[in-house]
Design a protein around this ligand. Structure first.
Ligand SMILES: Nc1ncnc2c1ncn2[C@@H]1O[C@H](COP(=O)(O)OP(=O)(O)OP(=O)(O)O)[C@@H](O)[C@H]1O
Ligand SMILES: [Mg+2]
Length: 293
């Protein structure tokens, strides 16, 4: 692991360049040296990254790439529970090798290839039609896996009906997004979860009597713009899409949404209605996820 200390005294986790992507896979027997060379040549000739070229040539799978990425980064494992620890639900942070997290790494790869690859695409709202479908779980764990590969990641809790991220990351919820939107706090309100992980969480903050009016304020765009300058990946947790218009308002601000449905629970009609309401207002629904738990 390489850690560099910047002038501000911040410890920044960097990718260990000496552990080249291809050689990790060759060492692990997932790639022959000849194939690695072919990928390298193809990547060079087409201005692609190694992983992208390997997928194109069908010499590696997304799983192989996730495997190599995990080996390239040496990220901290967070404590579970107790003082300063994360809640049991944030499995990716304290047990990243858990089987339940494997699909999230595949999702991370898909989102990187399809969305975050473009420097103007940084924000995604995590949406689903109904209550208790796992939006907060997905947002928290997905944020953790993005931070683990060194992406500067911000998780915003925009669920002012049933805020949850402060509990998941064991943070105070007195000041958060609501204070930012009313001009009572600045962007430093986002809390860094661990000094060696570039994962920041902005809790929802004190619940206002009028969440919809607050989320609809133009200042939300300005708040996001300031964060966009500082982060690579911004995930926004939202309330149930069919209960209020909040999720739609937030997704419009984000410009993109990931739609979650709970397997055997979310009704097809609800899912279609939620999808339609987002797409009608110009939100790019970049993918769908079935949550089976
Ligand atoms: N993939 C999963 N694996 C394990 N547990 C999960 C998973 N998804 C959700 N859960 C559990 O389901 C419960 C509800 O999840 P979560 O709070 O993320 O839902 P939500 O859609 O954000 O709900 P709300 O409507 O309250 O905002 C949580 O207690 C969480 O532990
Ligand atoms: Mg939630």
């Amino acid at each position: 692991m390489n850690t560099i200390v910047n002038p501000a005294g911040d410890v920044v986790l960097t990718r260990d360049r000496s552990r080249a992507f291809g050689s990790i896979l060759v060492e692990q027997g997932r790639l022959t040296p000849a194939d690695a060379e072919e990928i390298q040549r193809y990547a060079g000739a087409h201005g692609m990254r190694f992983g992208e070229a390997a997928l194109k040539l069908k010499l590696l799978t997304l799983q192989d790439i996730d495997f190599a990425v995990a080996h390239q980064f040496n990220y901290p494992i967070l404590q579970r529970g107790g003082q300063g620890g994360v809640a049991d639900d944030v499995v990716a942070a304290y047990n990243p090798q858990s089987e339940s997290i494997e699909p999230l790494r595949a999702l991370r790869s898909q989102l990187t290839l399809r969305w975050f690859n473009d420097a103007t695409h940084k924000v995604v709202a995590i949406t689903s039609p109904g209550r208790r479908e796992g939006r907060s779980w997905l947002a928290a764990n997905l944020a953790a896996v993005f931070a683990q590969i060194g992406e500067r990641t911000l998780l915003i809790d925009a669920d002012m009906r049933h805020p949850r991220q402060h509990e998941l990351f064991n943070l105070p919820n007195s000041v958060g997004l609501s204070a930012l939107l009313t001009g009572r706090a600045g962007k430093e309100t986002a809390c860094r979860v661990h000094p060696h992980l570039r994962l920041f969480v902005l809790p929802a903050g004190a619940i206002p009597p009028n969440p919809q009016e607050l989320l609809g304020r133009p200042v939300f765009d300005l708040v996001l713009e300031r964060f966009i300058d500082q982060f690579d990946v911004i995930l926004i947790d939202t309330p149930a899409a069919t209960e209020t218009a909040d999720a739609q308002i937030v997704a419009e601000r984000a410009g993109a949404a990931l739609m979650l449905a709970r397997l055997n629970v979310t009704r097809h009609s609800q899912l279609t209605a939620a999808m339609e309401s987002l797409t009608q207002t110009g939100v790019n629904v970049i993918g769908g996820v079935f949550n089976e738990y």
